[in-house]
Design a protein around this ligand. Structure first.
Ligand SMILES: CC(C)(COP(=O)(O)OP(=O)(O)OC[C@H]1O[C@@H](n2cnc3c(N)ncnc32)[C@H](O)[C@@H]1OP(=O)(O)O)[C@@H](O)C(=O)NCCC(=O)NCCS
Length: 180
């Protein structure tokens, strides 16, 4: 398996470190910086091109973090990542966002993450953390067989308020069952 580039359900996933054109990085950034996405990220700061490219340089020597841009043909439909990859305890944490002007790509992207984690890396557990006020994402994860694990209280401080974070996960055996 080449994590640099792969296709799943007709979507092409390109590792951030394999993207050369600045224009493509700007497209990714404009998605990541979109108000409708960044308000649900742990950091809601606007990311500059310079910061983005420095981040990608750090990813080159980091086997615990993998980030991909997702394309349907030429169209950037979203991005996925696996972070906190733990090869000893065979688990990882996921990140996902889709182009807010498009509908229905979330399911394709989350299925790609499960396939990567359970069928390519042969991991046992895929975890995620979601802001407790992100109702759409919570409904989305539950629809995709993630189970609630717990609550990180007052985990994010934003605009003078504390926000809780919910932890969800799916185990390999649950993934296998959900397929049948
Ligand atoms: C969470 C997120 C990834 C979900 O992606 P999504 O594309 O909306 O998810 P889905 O694929 O389930 O599609 C959403 C709905 O559109 C419907 N849909 C699918 N294809 C469609 C189409 N062509 N036209 C209209 N609706 C469509 C789906 O059936 C689904 O409906 P349901 O919720 O009633 O089942 C996305 O909302 C997102 O990026 N949010 C912002 C970032 C974020 O919060 N990320 C998670 C942080 S933890």
């Amino acid at each position: 398996m080449n994590f640099k580039e792969f296709t799943f359900d007709n979507i092409l996933f390109v590792n951030f470190t394999s993207i050369e054109k600045t224009e493509k990085h700007l497209q990714i950034l404009s998605l990541r910086n979109d108000e409708r996405i960044r308000k649900f990220m742990f950091s809601d700061k606007i990311i500059s091109l310079e910061e983005h490219l420095e981040f990608i340089e750090r990813l080159r020597n980091d086997d615990k973090r993998l980030y991909w841009a997702a394309y349907d043909g030429e169209l950037l439909v979203g991005s996925i990542n696996l972070i906190d990859i733990d090869y000893q305890n065979i688990r990882a944490k996921l990140g996902i966002y889709t182009n807010p002007d498009l509908k229905g790509y979330g399911s394709k992207l989350i299925n790609a993450l499960k396939w990567l984690c359970f069928e390519q890396l042969n991991f046992n557990c895929l975890r995620l953390e979601v802001l407790a006020n992100n109702m759409e994402a919570i409904k989305f994860y539950e629809k995709h067989y993630f189970s609630y694990e717990g609550r990180l209280r007052s985990f994010i401080f934003r605009e003078g308020n504390y926000i809780d974070v919910l932890v969800y996960s799916i185990l390999k055996e649950e993934y296998e069952k959900s397929k049948s």
